[in-house]
Write a new protein. Structure first.
Length: 271
C-alpha cells in the first residue's frame, strides 16, 4: 500500500510538469472507491494551478475547484505527454495540454473526487479530521506529546490512527518505534516526555529519509513518470521476523496489533 512518502514522491514527480496545463478531456474507467462527484466534462477548459498533498491525498488545484486523489491499496499515477490506450486497470485519465495523468489501480480502493473547495462537505469529510503533517514545520513536539497523553491504547495503534500525526502507516510506524527504542505495545499515554520527543524525531527522520530515497520497496508503486521499483528502503525491523536485529543480532519479533503486523526487537525496544 502506498504510504505517505510514496504519495509525496508521486506528487513531486509530476507537480511541476502538470502546472499550468489546460484540461482537455476526462476519461473514467470502472468505479473507484467514491464517485467523482461532478460531470467529467465540466472540468474541460480549466487550468491546473498546483499539486499539493494532505496526508495521503493529493490535491490537484484547478482554477475552479480541485481534485482529491487517493491511491488506495494498489493505485499508482503516471503523467506523460502521451500514454498508450487505457488498459483494464486504468480508471481515470486527466487529459491535459501538457500530458495525461492516469490512475492505474487494480484493486480499485483508490479514488478521485472533485470538490468545489476544501470547505466542501466531501472535502471536510475526507480531510477535516487528519492530524498534523509529519513533514511540515508545524508538526510540533509539544503538541505530539500532548496528543499521546490522551490515548490509553498501544503507541503503534495510536500512530496508525492518524490523529497525533497523519500518514504514518504500518511500515514507518514499526521503523520509527525501532529508531526511538520504544516497544510498540507501550501505552501511548505512559510514554515519558523524552521518549515521546525521541519518537517525534524518529518519525520525522524515517519519513524524511523515505521521501529522500524515493519511498520504500512496495510492489505496486511506480512514480508518476513511470520509473517503477526505485524505492529501496533498508528496513530495520519491518518484514524481518525471525531475522537478526541489525543492532543487537537478536531475532526480530512479529506480533499482531489490531490485525496489523508489527515488527520489533525485544532487546532494543523497551517497554
Ligand atoms: Zn535489537
Amino acid at each position: 500500500m502506498p504510504e505517505l512518502p510514496e504519495v509525496e514522491v508521486t506528487r513531486r514527480s509530476f507537480a511541476d510538469a502538470i502546472e499550468g496545463a489546460t484540461v482537455q478531456a476526462v476519461r473514467l474507467g470502472k468505479p473507484l472507491r467514491w464517485p467523482l462527484g461532478c460531470v467529467p466534462e465540466t472540468m474541460v477548459g480549466r487550468k491546473v494551478l498546483s499539486v499539493g498533498r494532505r496526508g495521503k491525498y493529493l490535491l490537484i488545484s484547478l482554477n475552479q475547484g480541485l481534485l482529491l486523489v487517493h491511491l488506495g491499496m494498489s493505485g499508482s499515477l503516471r503523467f506523460a505527454p502521451v500514454l498508450p490506450a487505457a488498459g483494464a486497470h486504468d480508471h481515470f485519465d486527466l487529459v491535459t495540454s501538457l500530458g495525461t495523468l492516469r490512475l492505474h489501480d487494480p484493486r480499485r480502493f483508490g479514488a478521485v473526487v472533485y470538490v468545489d473547495s476544501l470547505n466542501d462537505v466531501q472535502a471536510l469529510k475526507l480531510l477535516g479530521r487528519l492530524g498534523p503533517e509529519p513533514l511540515a514545520d508545524t508538526f510540533g513536539v509539544a503538541q505530539f506529546q500532548a496528543q499521546l497523553r490522551r490515548h490509553q491504547s498501544a503507541i503503534k495503534s495510536v500512530l496508525l490512527a492518524g490523529e497525533a500525526v497523519v500518514g504514518v502507516g504500518n511500515i514507518y510506524a514499526s521503523e520509527a518505534l525501532f529508531m526511538a527504542g520504544i516497544r510498540p505495545t507501550v501505552r501511548a499515554a505512559r510514554l515519558s516526555r523524552p521518549r515521546a520527543a525521541r519518537l517525534h524525531a524518529a518519525i520525522v527522520q524515517v519519513l524524511g529519509q523515505a521521501v529522500a530515497l524515493g519511498g520504500s520497496t512496495l510492489r505496486d508503486f511506480s512514480s508518476a513518470s513511470g520509473q517503477a521499483g526505485y524505492f529501496q528502503l533498508q528496513t530495520m525491523v519491518y518484514g524481518r521476523a525471525g531475522l537478526p536485529c541489525h543492532v543487537c543480532a537478536n531475532p526480530v519479533r512479529l506480533i499482531k496489533q489490531g490485525q496489523r503486523s508489527t515488527f520489533y526487537c525485544p532487546t532494543c525496544q523497551k517497554p
